[in-house]
Design a protein around this ligand. Structure first.
Ligand SMILES: NC(=O)c1ccc[n+]([C@@H]2O[C@H](COP(=O)([O-])OP(=O)(O)OC[C@H]3O[C@@H](n4cnc5c(N)ncnc54)[C@H](OP(=O)(O)O)[C@@H]3O)[C@@H](O)[C@H]2O)c1
Length: 298
């Protein structure tokens, strides 16, 4: 199949492009920045917010893997209006299948960024296209990036009541590849990591594997999204699940290493959030995605 990948330079996209190539698909990849196409990847410049380049990008493809996101701080610009614009143009171009990546809990806890993801899901489900939504739990790579941004802090605030089920983005890419090959499910499918851990274990394992020692201050984050995360609404029992644990990811065995050189050769945009240093002054690691509530001491 010829597959258009939006968000091809992101954390998931940079694993998905090589996974699709390995599965024998042709890849057309969208980015806001100009990149050189190779024999295997046809890079197109496009912006889902302005609409630039999108009409051309959806022409003559068999499926769209829609990964692009403006993230939790982007006010849903890409996720909601961007998805709507993509869907309209895909339908006009006669694209038979669109797969959207979303987040586990978007249906049960539509707060903060998960509300944008829920709206994007509704746009796709009502699009008239063949569709699948893949809701994933947070990626190891994303958590590692967020924790790394706090390296310089002498004390880390930790809300141990929050539960996580991190998953490797490479395994999510494999699942996306399978779902694309299977054709539209006209349903939402969930995919999570192999273990549920609390924030204490998440941070403790990270500190240990990074060779860091930090004081930890117990906090309890307020808000509906954290309450939902505490109650387990952002976890999934769905099978299959990923096999690579948080610890595996931080201390990789050769068998767990995905081909990152291959991935960065094919993707890694200089403007992608995946390649930006974290300079997020509002950052607090340990809680969902709404990003506004300040931690309070418990
Ligand atoms: N990160 C997680 O832990 C996690 C967990 C569950 C689900 N998900 C979902 O998985 C998907 C991928 O997430 P990710 O973390 O891999 O994303 P990411 O690393 O934040 O990358 C975002 C991507 O969106 C593209 N993008 C941003 N604005 C755009 C615009 N206006 N027009 C076109 N493209 C635009 C960027 O491409 P350019 O900069 O090259 O234009 C980039 O490739 C998303 O649907 C996300 O909701 C993520």
């Amino acid at each position: 199949m010829r597959i258009l990948v939006t968000g091809a330079t992101g954390l998931l996209g940079s694993a998905l492009v090589p996974a699709l190539l390995r599965a024998g698909h042709e890849v057309r990849a969208l980015s806001r920045s100009r990149r050189h196409s190779s024999e295997s990847v046809d890079w197109r410049v496009g912006d889902l917010v302005s609409g630039e380049g999108v009409r051309e990008a959806v022409r003559d493809v068999d499926a769209v893997a829609h990964l692009a996101t403006s993230g939790r701080r982007g006010r849903g610009a890409v996720d909601v209006p961007g998805t709507r614009a993509l869907v309209v143009l895909a339908r006009a171009a006669g694209v038979p299948y669109l797969l959207l990546t979303s987040m586990v809990g978007a249906d049960r806890a539509p707060y903060g960024h998960l509300k944008d993801k829920r709206e994007a899901e509704a746009v796709v489900a009502g699009s008239g296209l063949g569709w699948t939504v893949l809701r994933a739990t947070p990626y190891h790579q994303w958590l590692h990036r967020r924790l790394s941004a706090l390296r310089s802090l002498p004390v880390l605030p930790v809300d141990r009541s929050l539960r996580w089920q991190p998953v490797h983005a490479g395994e999510v890419a494999t699942r996306v590849t399978e779902l694309l090959g299977a054709g539209p499910a006209d349903a939402a499918v969930e995919f999570g990591g192999p273990q549920v851990i609390d924030t204490g274990e998440l941070v403790g394992t990270w500190l240990l594997t990074q060779g860091l020692r930090r004081a930890v201050v117990p906090v309890r984050y307020p808000g509906r999204l954290y309450a939902a995360q505490r109650a387990g609404e952002l976890l999934t029992d769905a099978l299959p699940k990923g096999g690579i644990t948080w610890r595996d990811h931080l201390t990789p065995e050769p068998a767990h290493v995905f081909d990152d050189d291959f991935a960065s050769e094919h993707t890694a945009s200089p403007t992608s959030p995946a390649t930006q240093p974290e300079g997020d002054p509002d950052l607090h690691v340990y809680g969902g995605d709404e990003g506004y509530e300040r931690p309070t001491r418990s």
